[in-house]
Design a binder for this molecule. Structure first.
Ligand code: ATP
Ligand code: MG
Length: 464
């Protein structure tokens, strides 16, 4: 397989599998650091937690330099103090071309593959291979697209595409496949496009500056570009980043590249991996590819067991290792698979290899800022009083609980046809949904009525 072939296949899969939704961390757009890597109090959806964000920024710099392999860091702190959020911020700050894999410690306990296979896949998903290739492209401004439907109503469509640069203009005949891609990309006169000659792939670069006054033909994010100069046909160096895992899957005879769509890749034979490693080494020597160490983020890392930790120790010493970031909210606890206790449930020998960053609880002001950002993210209007009450709730229960109430309160508000969430809406959902403390209280009071009541008589006496 050639490097360019691998890149093309992976690109194809990625285009089909992109979805965006509002999730727990979708308001996080980066780490919110300035050029000197100093954290701003509120920026890019991030609030406070300055020390941890500063530390995360330093690690980010390390990753961007790309020279150090196999460094690891642990974010430790109480529940709801933004550990996962900071990791997500790092992912955003790294951008598209640095692989970032996120997984939860518990994910490795799957029946489909062994724990070490799951970890190996996660490691290889986090190593990027930057593939450089020269391709022939046609680049120009669309003067006219003309598509003719056959007069008989059946048969293939035919058409013509007129492209120009500042110096020349040419008419191309279009086949069915090209017509389809032009329609799919909604190419119109005035667009600047490139056509990859080998694959026929069309990419829209933007609208021509000469069309800057055609207001009805643009959306809010229209990008304007200059009409290209010189020849219509040119050679261009393009760079794609694919991951080692993606190359493994494409070459795995049992799975084939379709497995990338489903994510259902099963175990990959070690021979395949050895071949790929050799291939990549070859590409590197020929100057066709570079290695981009990315990030593997393992959340809830205390869920890993001793075998996994030992695997991590070894894997970090490989020269193709990514940067490993872990997070946990556990204190001194048992290491899974042993009877030993250890800080964060992580063996001492692994802890010794880690840079440890800790997060601390938020102030009232910070909770309010986070809640305000979440309201914006969820498109919820909330009155000042309601925000104040919700902040109080956040202080007394948990940040997460108060974030959840935003969505619920907004539904209640909409049901009464209100436009702004009021104090009453908050009160209502506060009584509808229990937080952890009140739920525990409730269970203690009514435990007789539940199945599997495991409290002893004396415990019951104590709590009532
Ligand atoms: N500093 C912050 N700025 C903006 N949003 C934050 C910040 N910290 C936390 N959040 C948001 O609060 C919620 C809880 O935080 P998060 O999930 O990151 O906590 P955690 O430390 O990972 O907790 P756990 O230990 O339970 O996994 C998330 O929706 C997160 O995006
Ligand atoms: Mg978390």
């Amino acid at each position: 397989m050639a490097a360019s072939e691998a890149a093309a296949k992976v690109q194809e899969v990625r285009e089909v599998t992109r979805i965006e939704r509002i999730g727990a961390h979708s308001h996080i757009r980066g780490l919110g650091l300035d050029d000197a890597l100093e954290p701003r109090q509120v920026s890019q959806g991030m609030v406070g937690q300055l020390a941890a964000r500063r530390a995360a920024g330093v690690i980010l710099e390390m990753i961007k330099e790309g020279k150090i392999a196999g460094r690891a860091c642990l974010i430790g702190g109480q529940p709801g103090t933004g550990k996962t959020a900071i990791a997500m911020g790092m992912a955003q700050a790294l951008g598209q071309d640095t692989p970032f894999t996120a997984m939860a410690g518990s994910e490795i306990f799957s029946l489909e593959m062994s724990k070490t296979e799951a970890l190996t896949q996660a490691f290889r998903k986090s190593i990027g291979i930057r593939i450089k290739e020269e391709t022939e492209i046609i680049e120009g401004e669309v003067v006219e697209v003309q598509i003719d439907r056959p007069a008989t109503g059946t048969g293939a469509k035919v058409g013509k595409l007129t492209l120009k640069t500042t110096e020349m203009e040419t008419i191309y005949d279009l086949g069915t496949k090209m017509i389809e891609s032009l329609t799919k990309e909604k190419v119109a006169a005035g667009d600047i496009i490139t056509i990859d000659k080998a694959t026929g792939k069309i990419t829209k670069l933007g609208r021509s500056f000469t069309r800057a006054r055609d207001y009805d033909a643009m959306g809010p994010q229209t990008k304007f570009v200059q009409c290209p100069e010189g020849e219509l046909q040119k050679r261009k160096e393009v760079v794609h980043t694919v991951t080692l895992h993606e190359i493994d899957v494409i070459n795995s005879r049992t799975q084939g590249f379709l497995a990338l769509f489903s994510g259902d890749t099963g175990e990959i034979k070690s021979e395949v991996r050895e071949q790929i490693n050799a291939k990549v080494a070859e590409w590197r020597e020929e100057g066709k590819a570079d290695i981009v160490p990315g990030v593997l983020f393992i959340d809830e890392v205390h869920m890993l067991d001793i075998e996994c930790f030992s695997f991590l120790n070894r894997a970090l010493e490989n020269d193709m290792a990514p940067i490993l970031i872990m997070a946990t909210n556990r204190g001194i606890t048992r290491i899974r698979g042993t009877n030993y206790k250890s800080p964060h449930g992580i063996p001492i020998d692994l802890l010794d290899r880690l840079l440890i960053v800790s997060t601390s609880p938020y102030s009232e002001k910070e909770i309010r800022q986070i809640l305000t950002i979440r309201c914006e993210e969820e498109d919820v209007e909330m009155s000042d009083d309601a925000t104040t009450i919700l902040t109080k709730i956040g202080m007394e229960t948990s940040l997460r609980y108060s974030i959840q109430l935003i969505t619920a309160a907004n539904l209640v508000c909409r049901k009464r046809k209100g436009t702004e969430v009021s104090v009453d809406d908050i009160k209502r959902v506060y009584s509808l949904f229990l937080d952890e403390l009140r739920s525990t209280q409730f269970l203690k009071e009514y435990q007789q009525e539940f199945m599997f009541n495991e409290m002893t008589e004396t415990e019951q006496m104590e709590t009532s």
